[in-house]
Design a protein around this ligand. Sequence first.
Ligand code: LIP
Length: 274
Amino acid sequence: MASSSHLDVCQKVAIELALQAGQMMLAASGRSRNIDQKESMVDLVTETDKGIEAMLFSEIKKKFPEHKTIGEESHHGKAEWTDEPTWIIDPVDGTMNFVHTFPFACVSIGLTIKKEPVLGVVFSPFLDKLYVGRKGRGSTCNGKPISVRACSGLSQALLVTELGSGREEDRIKAICDNFKAVAFKVHGIRAQGSAALNLCSVAHGYADGYYEFGLHCWDMCAGMIILTEAGGVVSDTTGSPLDIMARRILATGNQTVAQQLADSLVSHIELERD
Ligand code: LIP
């Protein structure tokens, strides 16, 4: 396990890089030209996504040459994820939002050691929110401690979920079936378009739970440590332990809401692992 002082250096660098990435997002906002499609016509990537990831990887390589990296825009085939210190990065989480200048877009920088998230940094320059979560040290937003809010159960919960980036008939049907199964049991359901900010919303006490099928390891790595260090819980959508490569997550402020939500979902979509 890395020393505390080494992780202090990692945290300082990750925050500096997140702020730099935020400036790149602000400079490019509303001016995306080369927008490409990936998994589907709604799974977009811009030159800003690629430029930020290149900057992050280059800086991390300079400062931590022995560390590994996994990034959304340079990821091809199966993720090579080892016990080595590994930065798992989404340069622009919420790319569709970014293209439309809808403010829920951020950079997400996670660090795992022995395949355990130990540090998460999520920064949205449009919302002006810098979230930091550090194993054993809690979570903050703009330097102030944050925590999940109390929620007695699903009937009192405000949830977040997403339609995601796939448009396959069976996936959309399963997502709609789950939405309908949950809709009548909760206070409300929101979709913000960014997994990282969804996890931070639960960590900050704005929402009581979030679930999604189809997201990737880079969408969830930073946000999950920010949430668990704020007192929240993460799992697979069935309630079993989370596998961050299995492309599905259930994240709540407490175990009661988690169990009731897992019991309410009617379709646990299986997707090709990262
Ligand atoms: C996004 C995820 C979000 C999902 C979107 C998209 P991206 O990541 O954060 O949860 O619903 O479809 O995948 O592609 O903007 O980095």
